[in-house]
Design a protein around this ligand. Structure first.
Ligand code: NAP
Length: 254
């Protein structure tokens, strides 16, 4: 038996049309899963779905703003109607902070970030949990947090709060839903080259001050998260829950 074989498995990946989410969705489909991507940009959704189709599995891409309760509910209903079931859900969609000083950060800016990164994950994982409990066969819930939950990013309080809150929420989900054989884990990526992070990673300051502090000597790649997604979706991680898994090339420890 191959514990990483996801044939017959159905995954939802929010923010699955770009960066880390796209790489996770790609690896899940390569391992045999049918995958549903959720994102707000129809063009990116279509392009990502076309890319994943090469694995020969069912791929669905839905327009869904994860901060909107009705959209999340309807996307989950459609996912299950079209793909037949749900086994794992990756609440990965996220946005960055605007980079304003803490004292100048408006409540509207704080909520712009937390409504996607924290409310969005709450709505997504709640909708997924309801389906998994109803099916009665267990499953896996995963949230993409960030090293920002552990460090203190200046001018990034909204982002840090959303990612710290996500870890706490996932830990509490893991404990409550363990009796349903549903596990829940957070992933904490370090600096990964994606459309979200590239403007920072390519800046002179990051090249000069941060890159030399990366023990592995490079930025992360979205593909660094593919096998982890397969592991967390698969029976290989049956005993792994309530964890916050750091994948950062050693940055936090240095
Ligand atoms: P990315 O390539 O920009 O991907 C972000 C994804 O989120 C896109 O697919 C985007 O799709 C989706 N998204 C944004 N707002 C959304 C909304 N309201 N509803 C639904 N989908 C939405 O960036 P990434 O770096 O891969 O980010 C993925 C996750 O990793 C995020 O949670 C981020 O905070 C986290 N992370 C990234 C890094 C890093 O260094 N890159 C480090 C730590 C954590 P649409 O544009 O179509 O909506």
């Amino acid at each position: 038996m191959n514990p990483f074989d996801l044939t017959g498995h159905v995954s939802v990946v929010t923010g699955g049309n770009s960066g880390i989410g796209l790489a996770m969705a790609d690896a899940l489909a390569a391992a045999g899963a049918d995958v549903c991507l959720w994102g707000t940009n129809a063009e990116r959704n279509e392009k990502a779905a076309a890319e994943l189709a090469r694995h020969g599995r069912k791929v669905l891409a839905l327009r869904c703003d994860v901060s909107d309760e009705e959209q999340v509910e309807s996307a989950m209903t459609r996912t299950v109607a079209e793909l037949g079931r749900l086994d794992s859900c990756f609440a990965n969609a996220g946005v960055g902070s605007a980079g304003t000083r803490f004292t100048e950060t408006t409540l509207a800016e704080f909520r712009r970030v937390t409504s996607v990164n924290l409310d969005g994950a709450f709505l997504t994982l709640r909708a997924a949990a309801r389906v998994l409990i109803e099916q009665g066969e267990g499953g896996s819930l995963v949230g993409t947090s960030s090293l920002a939950a552990r460090q203190g990013p200046p001018r990034g309080q909204a982002y840090a709060a959303s990612k710290g809150g996500l870890i706490s929420m996932i830990t509490a989900i893991a404990i409550e839903l363990a009796r349903h054989h549903i596990r829940a884990n957070a992933i904490l990526p370090g600096w990964v080259s994606t459309p979200l992070a590239d403007p920072m990673l390519e800046s002179e300051g990051f090249q000069r001050k941060v890159l030399p502090r990366m023990p592995v000597g490079r930025w992360g790649k979205p593909g660094d998260f593919g096998a982890l997604a397969v592991y967390l979706a698969s029976p290989a991680s049956a005993f792994h829950t309530a964890d916050a898994i750091t994948v950062d090339g050693g940055y936090l420890a240095f």
